[in-house]
Design a protein around this ligand. Structure first.
Ligand code: MEV
Length: 438
């Protein structure tokens, strides 16, 4: 058992690593080497990464891949994707190519409103609180002017503040429910700063309100924080084509493909066990773009999964139908993204990813990201309802197994050829590799 450590954050990076090795890694120099081999040679660049978070000891790499040929609203895009899972980029690229030959993706942003709340307790007459709120509303707006001025210059700011009575659900619980337009920034800092100021003013005004009893004056702020649930920050992405154009394989007509595909979507619409995996496939595409562009994938995940349950039951985010001989497949999701602020100008690869996407506005990035999610779901359902998912997966898995076993290029070529005619399993790959080597 090791003892707790005091003042860990004050240690230098090397001291932290030495402490770690001593207490948790049996002082094995090889483990220290693993951490250090991921340090960047460029000291400035390393310092930049060290300072993104606290107690940094190394960098954690994820592959950055490119999915080309995305025809979105008539323009071609190549989409940068940061993800560790094999097959995802290949699937996105395949779906992009498929739809680029069938009119491409159509996408639009329906709205871009973000939400924040001041949660507080007030033990008293509701009408008196409502009166105070109506009186101080202009004061609240005025108090955040130093924070909102720049955002207003860019066309954003505070859209609305409401007082919400939640006392039926929790004794004495009220909220200030605030709507924001944060333009091209994700807006977390902006929203939270405004909310904290609102909370301060509200508490002060309640305290000084001559109409209030002592109990009412004792209004208690519990917390002030943005919501990652953004059901009014919605992007829609869709594809459509005549049913007969869906066929790429002489063993299956477009109608047969559409029928099976739509059934697969219906299953995800009504069956939560399937819906979670179905939506996970969508998130493969979305998270990869969100990460590559320096956005907060935890916020996006939380918001999207909450939205998938908006009708009281977890369900598919995508939908499909055939009408008048036209197959359509679409999705509407909440996506709070930023293309300014945060990591966007700090992390060189994030900056480059945005450059690859032609420096999009937040609105454009919402569209591209939603398309990546829809493409991913199309590719997954297409494999699942035709060849099965393992065929493609195992091909990529073969490469991973070969790399893990330090296969040479020559060994890789031989085994890729061998496994085009044989079933790939972990043990069969190892067996063939050993055979080659003996
Ligand atoms: C794997 O990462 C994603 C899938 O499971 C998605 C799905 O089942 O739709 C293939």
């Amino acid at each position: 058992m090791t003892k707790p450590v005091n003042g860990f954050s004050k240690l230098t990076k090397n001291e932290k690593i030495n402490w770690l090795a001593e207490h948790y890694l049996s002082n094995d120099p090889a483990t220290i080497e693993v951490l250090k081999q991921y340090w960047n040679n460029d000291e400035e660049l390393q310092k930049l990464h060290d300072e993104f978070i606290e107690n940094t000891v190394s960098n954690f790499y994820l592959p950055l891949g490119l999915a080309p040929n995305f025809l979105i609203n008539g323009n071609y895009h190549v989409i940068p994707m940061a993800i560790e899972e094999s097959s995802v980029v290949a699937a996105a690229s395949k779906a992009a190519k498929f739809w680029s030959e069938r009119g491409g993706f159509k996408t639009r942003v329906l709205n871009m409103t973000k939400i924040g709340q001041v949660h507080f307790l007030y033990n008293g007459e509701k009408q008196k609180l409502e009166k105070l709120f109506a009186e101080i509303k202009p004061k609240l707006i005025e108090a955040v002017k130093p924070i909102t001025r720049n955002m207003e210059k860019r066309g954003g700011g505070i859209l609305n503040i409401d007082l919400v009575d939640k006392t039926e659900d929790l004794e004495n619980y009220y909220q200030l429910f605030v709507k924001f337009d944060t333009r091209d920034s994700m807006g977390a800092n902006f929203i939270n700063s405004c909310l904290e100021k609102f909370a301060e003013v509200l508490q002060e005004e309640a305290h000084n309100c001559s109409d209030f009893t002592e109990e009412e004056k004792d209004l208690k702020i519990i917390m002030s924080i943005l919501s990652n649930y953004v059901p009014e920050c919605i992007v829609r992405a869709e594809v459509s084509c005549p049913v007969e154009d869906l066929s790429e394989d002489k063993n299956m007509t477009g109608e047969q493909f559409a029928e099976k595909f739509i059934q697969a979507v219906r299953i995800a619409e009504i069956e939560p066990y399937r819906a979670v995996t179905h939506n996970k496939g969508i998130m493969n595409g979305i998270d990869a773009v969100v990460l590559a562009t320096g956005n907060d994938f935890r916020a996006v995940e939380a918001g999207i999964h909450a939205y998938a349950s908006k009708n009281g039951k977890y369900s598919s985010l995508t939908h499909a139908k055939v009408e008048d001989g036209i197959f359509s497949f679409w999705m509407e999701i909440p996506l709070a993204l930023g293309t300014v602020g945060g990591l966007t100008s700090l992390h060189p690869l994030v900056k480059l990813a945005l450059q690859i996407l032609q420096n999009p506005s937040a609105e454009e990035l919402m569209k591209i990201t939603a398309v990546a999610g829809l493409a991913q779901n199309f590719a997954a359902l297409r494999s699942l309802t035709t060849t099965g998912i393992q065929q493609g997966h195992m091909k990529m898995h073969l490469m991973n197994i070969l790399n893990q076993n330090q296969a040479t290029d020559e060994e890789k070529n031989e085994l890729v050829e061998f496994f085009t005619h044989h079933t790939i399993t972990h043990s069969s790959v190892i067996e063939q590799l050993e055979k080659l080597r003996s």
